[in-house]
Write a protein that binds this ligand. Structure first.
Ligand SMILES: [Zn+2]
Length: 260
């Protein structure tokens, strides 16, 4: 006798091709969370695979509104700056004491400095995987490729391929790195646009103008801006990114879902 679950699976409509690869914003503020905001964090779902890219402060709260954290297949941390990873502590505590225990430790892919900063206690619920420039990793239906950017210590941009789609995530970078390193054919580029062009050179980040130009050079089909400092005007960032990209751009906001 089939179970009710298998009956439901057999009668479910075929998945919409647009749902095969989704990106949902968990947090997108640059360097510090603004009022009601959160650091960098994104949920990538490809078929049955759930991958979290970065776990900045405040992002785990939103993740739990979208899915049971016990079903996350892996977390990728791009670099050691606090706005990209400190909710690993919350994830660790929930995995240890939450209502539903994980079947196995949660794989965390990160440059070595992140594990060092997290400390030895954060190994109980995590299975650490060291990544560096050139690392490739498969997580369920997702294939990840990492590329070092122009940022402090080791910061890794990532390209995620799956379900015939490709996502690029710049992580943080100065202008000395090219998005083209992620390869061509990106359906969506999630790119930091921390400030406007008048402040270029004052911090090791991309301006919105530089993000637009980088996306255009890489031939990305869509550009989603993220990591804007909370004090920077969203309209100004969008206007100069669109001018450099040569077309409309989109902005990350908490809870927004993009279908690749
Ligand atoms: Zn950052």
């Amino acid at each position: 006798m089939p179970t009710s679950r298998s009956k439901a699976a057999r009668t479910a409509p075929p998945p919409d091709p647009g749902d095969a690869f989704t990106l949902t914003v968990l947090g997108c503020d640059g360097s510090w969370p603004g009022p009601g905001g959160a650091g960098s964090g994104y949920l990538v779902r490809i078929g049955e695979t759930a991958l979290v890219l970065d776990a900045g402060p405040g992002t785990f709260a939103t993740l739990q509104t979208l899915m049971d954290p016990a079903d996350v297949d892996a977390v990728v941390i791009t670099h050691h700056h606090h706005d990209h990873w400190t909710d690993l502590f919350a994830m660790h505590a929930q995995a240890q004491f939450g209502a539903r225990a994980r079947r196995a430790p949660l794989p965390v892919y990160a440059p070595p400095l992140v594990a060092e900063l997290a400390g030895p206690k954060q190994t109980l619920q995590f299975e650490w995987h060291e990544i560096t420039h050139g690392t490739r990793a498969g997580v369920g239906e997702a294939s990840c490729a990492f590329h070092r950017t122009d940022h402090e210590e080791e910061t890794l941009a990532v390209r995620v391929d799956g379900a015939g789609r490709a996502l690029g995530y710049s992580a943080d970078s100065g202008p000395g790195w090219s998005v083209e390193d992620l390869g061509f054919g990106l359906d969506l580029l999630l790119c930091e646009a921390t400030d406007t062009s008048e402040h270029e050179g004052t911090a090791n980040h991309l301006s919105a103008r530089q993000a637009g130009a980088a996306a255009k050079a890489a031939g990305a089909r869509r550009l989603v801006l993220t990591h804007r400092w909370p004090t920077v005007d969203a309209g100004a960032v969008a206007a100069e990114a669109e001018s450099a990209f040569g077309g409309p751009v989109e902005q990350a906001t908490i809870g927004r879902e993009f279908h690749l």
